[in-house]
Design a protein around this ligand. Structure first.
Ligand code: XIL
Length: 297
């Protein structure tokens, strides 16, 4: 293929980008988006603070700008993220206990119901594990409602939208380490007990490239019977072009690696200010990393 999306589609995969509603009036941006990508993720517009600014009062206007535009062009929509310790609305940040648990489950139910039939996969829970060597959960207001909050969220999401793939998504889980093993043990437990989980997202915010055991790590998750997806790929550093190719090759080597999403289009669109971690330069020109990515697909 001559574009990222078309080349990924040749092996049944998607190639997506995180996009921002506020950039959709930029024709250079939308030109690249519609030429190269066949999946989109809302960079911020489907997060809790955006979709439920006051309790049980929902605002889908910016999420819909992204979702409806994509669906009208035949692009898939990846949902991000139903529950996360960051970007919570102020009203939720101040809650705890049963009230927060009920509010969180209501959020999952309402948003997943609203986007049913539009979103092909949801990050149901984002970044719930701690960094470092503990392999355990991150402390958060959600975690303090009880260790079963993650499975409760997945059950609510399945009930609300039986058609979407339900994913757990995290960072620093790209190689085999204590954090990724903690996630692995949770997924294995969920699969053994019938808790509905279909996929694991690996954010893959990298420098130079993936760890040497990246493919082995993705494979051990796939062997649990879940799909794996690269969900927020960006790579800083001088080995960027080789790094992108390594990520693509690892995904392609795993039958259950169903797609790759880069976290932005041009370097100037990236959340990693000054690191230039994406496939297009500030003017929208293809970088060496674009070519290595396309050639690896
Ligand atoms: C980032 C967005 O890119 C920024 O625009 C926003 O200010 C903060 O969040 N992990 C995630 C994403 O799961 O939602 C984050 O996105 C990047 C890290």
């Amino acid at each position: 293929g001559t574009t990222l999306g078309a080349s990924a589609a040749e092996s049944g995969r998607y190639f997506g980008a995180a996009i921002a509603a506020g950039r959709l009036s930029d024709s250079v941006y939308t030109g690249i988006l519609d030429r190269e990508f066949n999946s989109v993720t809302a960079e911020n517009e489907m997060k809790w603070d955006a979709t439920e600014p006051s309790q049980n009062s929902f605002n889908y206007s910016r999420g819909d700008q992204i979702a409806n535009r994509a669906l009208a062009r035949g692009q898939k929509v990846r949902g991000h993220a139903l529950l996360w310790h960051q970007q919570q609305p102020g009203w939720a940040q101040g809650m705890s206990g049963t009230a927060l648990r009920n509010a969180a489950i209501n959020h999952v139910t309402k948003v997943a119901t609203y986007y049913r039939g539009k979103v092909f996969a949801w990050d149901v829970v984002n970044e719930a594990f701690a960094d470092g060597g503990s392999g355990g959960r991150r402390d958060s207001n959600l975690q303090r409602t009880g260790n079963d909050w993650i499975e409760a969220a997945f059950r609510a999401a399945r009930a609300a939208d039986p058609t979407a793939k339900l994913c757990y998504n995290d960072y620093n889980t790209d190689g085999i380490n204590a954090k990724s093993t903690g996630v692995y043990n949770m997924v294995r437990d969920f699969r053994s007990r019938g808790v509905p989980i279909d996929c694991v997202g690996f954010q893959s915010h990298l420098t130079n490239g993936p760890p040497s055991d990246y493919q082995a790590n993705l494979q051990r998750f796939a062997d649990l019977g879940v799909d794996v997806q690269i969900t927020e790929l960006d790579i800083a550093g001088s080995s960027q072009a080789n790094g992108f190719a390594s990520v693509v090759r690892a995904c392609k080597a795993i039958a259950r690696c169903t797609g790759i999403t880069v976290w932005g289009i041009r370097d100037s669109d990236s959340w990693r200010t000054g690191e230039n971690p994406l496939l297009f330069d500030n003017s929208g020109n293809k970088k060496a990393a674009y070519t290595s990515t396309l050639n690896a697909l």
